[in-house]
Design a protein around this ligand. Structure first.
Ligand code: 5AD
Ligand code: FES
Length: 359
């Protein structure tokens, strides 16, 4: 590749070969002003439609604890934030939340929480088993951070199907600027590798325009994701939280988030790509624009009314005042207006179906 390669030629190369080098991604990201966005989104949509038609997968998010042992500098529920009103849901409350979600057609429950060690590995395994007993055709996704491989194995054996753990940034130095020294990128990557080896469908991902992020860092994220080849990639703009050390940084842009979503769809054609709540927070039409740039998953909040306003990773989070039923209706309507509809099924990664067919 010579320096004369145009950004669009790089996109075509990504489309035809499925990869670019770190240098090429960097150049593409730095010169993205030259890319015709409508043309880029149309290409991403063409690939999205090839694999998923106009179906958008639904995942019901249950934020079951906002206690966290970690102190990530960007996150509103970091342990140093003494202003967070902490809560934990009981097993019964979680099961009731699944029940109401089930009635609203949710067939995937995402159990997300801070790294709250008051739930032992056995507690979580028991929770997974109970949900599976009651809703056997539903998929369970866990998202509770870094744990021992044995714990991940135990939860998988109990019936958990998927695990979300964003890598946050694939650059060591940048990782160090976003996290306290006791956390390491290496450990994060080891966890993702373990999860994949155990047999989970995994999700990784990063924030767009988090403090100190460079085009090179984003390029490294893309190269890392290509290599990891996760089933899902969750990305959304960084948004400052007023009680964190990053309170004065500015939020990530719609523009770059949409650009990265399209590149991800082109690089990993059948990946599950959520249009995230953070994207809907920085722009009233953010999630719809995300879908139109190649995303194919939405994760509305199912958490019970009294705790929804307490799981605040960043400021101005949307949907905190809406009941699950209202949120689902709102989401259906939003998607319908742009020509998509929500799918009532577990919505596994197409790769899972292919693997089953080969058995
Ligand atoms: N802005 C945007 N996203 C955030 N997350 C945490 N804090 C913020 C923030 N201030 C994201 C992280 C985490 C996921 C659950 O939420 O990427 O992995
Ligand atoms: Fe939650 Fe619109 S999607 S209120």
């Amino acid at each position: 590749m010579t320096e004369k390669t145009t950004p669009w030629e790089l996109i075509e190369k990504l489309r035809s070969t499925g990869e670019l080098s770190k240098e090429e991604f960097t150049r593409l990201i730095k010169n993205r002003d030259l890319v015709d966005r409508e043309k880029l989104y149309a290409l991403a949509r063409e690939i999205q439609k090839e694999h998923f038609g106009n179906k958008v997968y639904l995942r019901g998010l249950i934020e079951f604890t906002n206690y966290c042992r970690n102190d990530c500098l960007y996150c509103g529920i970091r342990r140093s934030n003494k202003n967070t009103d902490r809560y934990r849901l009981t097993k019964e409350q979680i099961l009731e939340t699944c029940e109401s979600g089930y009635k609203l057609d949710y067939r995937t429950f995402v159990l997300q929480g801070g790294e709250d060690m008051s739930y032992s590995a056995d507690d979580i395994a028991d929770l997974v088993r109970s949900i599976k007993e009651r809703f056997p055709e539903c998929a369970i996704t866990l998202s509770v951070g870094e744990r021992e491989r044995e714990d991940y194995q135990k939860w998988f054996d109990a019936g958990a199907d998927r695990y979300l753990l964003r890598h946050e940034t694939a650059n060591e130095e940048h990782y160090g600027k976003l996290h306290p020294s006791e956390l390491s990128l290496k450990h994060r990557k080891d966890c993702l590798k373990n999860l994949k080896d155990i047999g989970y469908q995994i999700g990784a991902g990063f924030m767009v325009e988090s403090p100190f992020q460079t085009a090179e860092d984003l390029a490294e994220d893309m190269v890392y994701l290509k290599e990891l080849n996760p089933h899902m990639v969750g990305i959304g703009p960084f948004i400052p939280h007023h009680d964190t050390p990053f309170k004065d940084f500015k939020a990530g842009s719609l523009e770059l988030t949409l650009f990265m979503l399209s590149l991800l769809r082109i690089m990993l054609p059948d990946v599950l790509l959520p249009a995230t709540t953070a994207l809907g927070t920085i722009d009233p039409k953010g999630r719809e624009l995300g879908i139109l740039a190649g995303a194919n998953v939405v994760m509305p909040n199912l958490s019970p009314g009294d705790v929804r306003g307490k799981y605040l990773l960043y400021d101005n989070k949307i949907c905190t005042g809406d009941e699950a039923a209202a949120c689902k209706r709102c989401m259906d309507r939003r998607l319908e207006r742009i020509g998509y509809f929500t799918e009532v099924s577990r919505g596994d990664s197409p790769r899972v179906h292919r693997a089953e067919a080969e058995q």
